[in-house]
Design a protein around this ligand. Structure first.
Ligand code: URP
Ligand code: ZN
Ligand code: ZN
Ligand code: ZN
Length: 483
C-alpha cells in the first residue's frame, strides 16, 4: 500500500494501551497501525522509539472573543491555533459568546467569520449562554444542538454574563432533553461584589487583592449550588477551572452520591499561586499577568489539584487560554497603569504550554501516568464534547492527530521563554520554568504542522468540527425521583 505519511517506531500511548508500532496515514486519517508496516509513503518519519500520544484536545480556550471593557484578546484564530499546534494541541474548543438581547445564532455566525480563513488546526465551538430566554432554551439551543453545537458554558458571575439559578435550571433542562453538555463557571457573584466593594473602600486596589475578592468559599458555595441544580434536573454538568481543595471536596461529595459531575482544572491551578499576583518588580501592574478567575490559590491547594488528577476526580485538563497583553492600551492595562484589580481583564495565556507542563511535571515527575495524561488532555475532552473517536485517540479510522515527544534528562531541560512560544501575547506566566518535555512534532490530519522547530500550516486549513451529542437525549420528567 502507499501512504501519505508513515510514522515509524512510535512508542504509542493511549488511555488503554502502550506498544511499539508504525502508523500509516492516508487522506488525513490513520489507515493502518502495525509492526513493520509494509508499503511506501510520500513522507516517512522515524519516531525512533519516542513517545507518541494523541493530538491534544483543548476543551476550553478563548480566541478573539468580544469583550465589554474595551480590551482585546491578544490571540485571534490564526495565532491561537498556531500556538496550539506548536504545543501539541490539534483540536481547540473556543466559545461563541451570546450578547444579552441578541440571539445565539448571531454569535455563532459572527464567530464563524472570525475563524474562517484563519484557523490552522481543527476547531469546534462551545456556546456561551448569557441570556437564557424562553426562546433561547426552547427553540435556539435545540436547533443549534442539532447543527453540531452540543455544549454550552454558563456563568454564575460576571455582570454581563451571569445567569440566575432559575435560568441555569432552564439551560440544564434543555441540556437534558437534547443530550448536550453544560459547563458551569462557579463563583458566587454577590459575594464577589460585596468583597470587592469592601476592598476598594479600604484602598486595597492592587492586583493581589483580586485573590482576596474571590476566596475559596465563593467558589465552594457556587460549586455546591451548581451540583444541587444538576441533581435536581438529573443531568450531567462540568464544573470548569476548579482551583482548589474546597471545590474538589464538593465534587468528591457529589461523586460519592453517584451524581454525574465532571470537573476541569487548568495548569494555572497547578503551577501558580496567589503570591504571583503580588510580585512587584517596581511595576504595580506586574501581578496582573496572573489575574484570572477563579484566582490561583496556594501550595496546599495546588497539591489537592494534583491529587485530583491522579485519583481520577478530574475529567479533563484544559488551558483556559485567555490572553491579554501586559503592554499596550488594550490588554491588562485597558483601565490604566494603576487600575484597581476589578478593572483588569481576567485570564492568562497557556494553550501552547498545557501539554508540555503536564507531560513534564505530571508524567515525568511521576505524579500521573501516561495513560491518565492522554485521558485528561485528549480522550476525555473529545468524549465529553462529542468528538470521539475521530479525535482524542490513536486508532484506525480516526484523524491522524499525533504528538511525537522530545523528552529530556535532568540537567538538559528546556526553559520556557515567551519568545519561543507562538501566541501573540507578550508574556507567559511560566517564563523561566524548566521542563523535561516538549513536542518534537505535531501531526494534524496527517500534516506536520510543527516539526523541527518550525510551524507549517496555512491559515484556514483547520476544519470546523460539528460535535455529536455527548449523550442520548432524555425524555421523562426529572421530577419523578422526587415525588
Ligand atoms: O479568568 C478567566 N478564566 N478568564 C477567562 C474567562 C473564563 O471565565 O473562563
Ligand atoms: Zn470561566
Ligand atoms: Zn517581570
Ligand atoms: Zn475560560
Amino acid at each position: 500500500a502507499h501512504y501519505d505519511l508513515i510514522v515509524r517506531n512510535a512508542d504509542i500511548a493511549t488511555v488503554g494501551d502502550r506498544y511499539r508500532a508504525d502508523i500509516g496515514v492516508k487522506g488525513g486519517r490513520i489507515s493502518a497501525i502495525a509492526q513493520d508496516l509494509e508499503g511506501s509513503a510520500t513522507r516517512e518519519l522515524d519516531a525512533a522509539g519516542r513517545l507518541v500520544t494523541p493530538g491534544g484536545v483543548d476543551g476550553h480556550c478563548h480566541f478573539d472573543q468580544p469583550t465589554s471593557d474595551g480590551s482585546k484578546f491578544a490571540d485571534d484564530f490564526e495565532t491561537g491555533t498556531r500556538s496550539a499546534a506548536c504545543g501539541g494541541t490539534t483540536t481547540v474548543l473556543p466559545f461563541a459568546l451570546q450578547q444579552r438581547g441578541h440571539s445565539i445564532q448571531a454569535a455563532v455566525d459572527d464567530y464563524h467569520r472570525r475563524a474562517e480563513g484563519k484557523a490552522c488546526v481543527d476547531y469546534a465551538f462551545h456556546l456561551i449562554v448569557a441570556d437564557a430566554t424562553k426562546d433561547v432554551t426552547q427553540r435556539e439551543l435545540p436547533q443549534l444542538i442539532e447543527k453540531g453545537y452540543t455544549s454550552f458554558k454558563i456563568y454564575m458571575t460576571y455582570d454581563d454574563l451571569k445567569l440566575g439559578d432559575r435560568q441555569i435550571i432552564e439551560v440544564l433542562a434543555t441540556a437534558r432533553r437534547h443530550g448536550a453538555m453544560t459547563m458551569i463557571h462557579a463563583e458566587n457573584s454577590d459575594c464577589i461584589a460585596w468583597l470587592t466593594e469592601q476592598l476598594l473602600d479600604a484602598g486595597l486596589t492592587a492586583p493581589r487583592y483580586h485573590a482576596a475578592s474571590r476566596p475559596m468559599a465563593v467558589e465552594r458555595e457556587a460549586t455546591h449550588r451548581a451540583i444541587a441544580l444538576a441533581e435536581l434536573i438529573d443531568t450531567p454538568i462540568l464544573i470548569v477551572h476548579v482551583s482548589g481543595r474546597e471545590a474538589v471536596e464538593q465534587i468528591h461529595w457529589a461523586r460519592g452520591r453517584g451524581l454525574p459531575i465532571h470537573a476541569e482544572t487548568c495548569p494555572q491551578y497547578l503551577f501558580l499561586s496567589a503570591e504571583d499576583l503580588g510580585i512587584d518588580e517596581n511595576d504595580p501592574m506586574h501581578g496582573a499577568r496572573c489575574i484570572c478567575s477563579p484566582p490561583p490559590r496556594d501550595k496546599a491547594n495546588q497539591q489537592f489539584i494534583w491529587n485530583g488528577l491522579s485519583s481520577g476526580l478530574f475529567t479533563i485538563v484544559s488551558s483556559d487560554h485567555a490572553p491579554f497583553n501586559m503592554n499596550g492600551p488594550d490588554g491588562k492595562r485597558v483601565a490604566g497603569d494603576d487600575a484597581s484589580f476589578d478593572r483588569i481583564p481576567n485570564g492568562i495565556p497557556g494553550v501552547e504550554t498545557r501539554l508540555p507542563l503536564l507531560m513534564s511535571e505530571g508524567v515525568m515527575a511521576g505524579r500521573i501516568d501516561i495513560h491518565r495524561f492522554v485521558e485528561l488532555t485528549a480522550t476525555n475532552p473529545a468524549r465529553l464534547y462529542g468528538l470521539y473517536p475521530r479525535k482524542g485517540t490513536i486508532a484506525v479510522g480516526g484523524d491522524a492527530d499525533l504528538v511525537i515527544w522530545d523528552q529530556f534528562a535532568p540537567g538538559e531541560e528546556i526553559t520556557i521563554r515567551n519568545d519561543m512560544l507562538h501566541h501573540a501575547a507578550d508574556y507567559t506566566p511560566y517564563e523561566g520554568m524548566k521542563l523535561r518535555a516538549w513536542p518534537a512534532t505535531t501531526v494534524s490530519r496527517g500534516r506536520l504542522v510543527w516539526h523541527d522547530g518550525r510551524f507549517d500550516a496555512a491559515p484556514g486549513s483547520g476544519l470546523f468540527l460539528p460535535c455529536l451529542r455527548p449523550r442520548a437525549p432524555r425524555d421523562g420528567n426529572p421530577l419523578e425521583k422526587w415525588l
